[in-house]
Design a protein. Structure first.
Length: 170
């Protein structure tokens, strides 16, 4: 199976924040942003593996800045690492200002798993990172995978070698 680059899965989605998308503070409701993140990541996963993929976990979401009603919000998703059947996907969120500048306001890291017609996990192409940021995200993805599996009770913490070394400096 031919490996792919993060560029191959790049998925960009721009949304206009409407009153119906906001909370009592007239800023974007977090659950709405999560839904957009899940959607853009799902398309991104499809572009990497050319197959249906389901959300296995949402590992990290940060809501760093509030997003105002009427804002133009752009979500950019790229696969940051592919394992056997799972793919880690980074979603970077930007708000566009009136002078056309993009300011990063949020990000999320999700894991998708490619599934076959019997809903069983299936092998996905490997990822070859190209840029400095893509290489950094590729390397650190292993620790995030271990943390996610440990928290889900699917990995014994003793086996999470790379994660442990982060804390113990081994
Ligand atoms: C995701 C799902 C397919 C995994 O099935 P499973 O029986 O746990 O399969 P496995 O244990 O063989 O794991 C398959 C892959 O998922 C990964 N995975 C499973 N749970 C994970 C988690 N919480 N975090 C990160 N990766 C996870 C495994 O590491 C494995 O990756 P690999 O093949 O790259 O090594 C299954 O749990 C599922 O269908 N969940 C529902 C998904 C869904 O409906 N999502 C929509 C939101 S409700």
């Amino acid at each position: 199976m031919k490996s792919k680059t993060p560029k191959d899965s790049l998925t960009i989605q721009t949304n206009l924040v409407m009153p119906n998308d906001t909370n009592q503070m007239h800023t974007l409701f977090g659950g709405k942003l999560l839904a957009w993140m899940d959607e853009v990541a799902s398309i991104c996963a499809f572009r990497h593996c050319n197959n249906v993929a389901v959300t296995a976990s949402i590992n990290n979401v940060s809501f760093d800045l509030p997003i105002l009603n009427g804002a133009y919000v752009t979500l950019e998703a790229k696969v940051s690492r592919a394992f056997k059947s799972s793919m880690e996907i980074f979603v970077d969120v930007f708000v566009e200002s009136r002078d056309g500048k993009k300011e990063k306001c949020n990000e999320a890291i999700l894991t998708f798993v490619a599934i076959d017609e019997h809903k069983r996990p299936m092998v996905v192409p490997e990822l070859s990172p190209e840029t400095k940021q893509e290489k950094q995200r590729y390397t650190s993805a292993l620790r995030r995978r271990q943390l996610s599996l440990v928290l889900a009770g699917k990995m014994d913490a003793k086996e999470a070698t790379e994660l442990k070394s982060l804390f113990l400096g081994e």
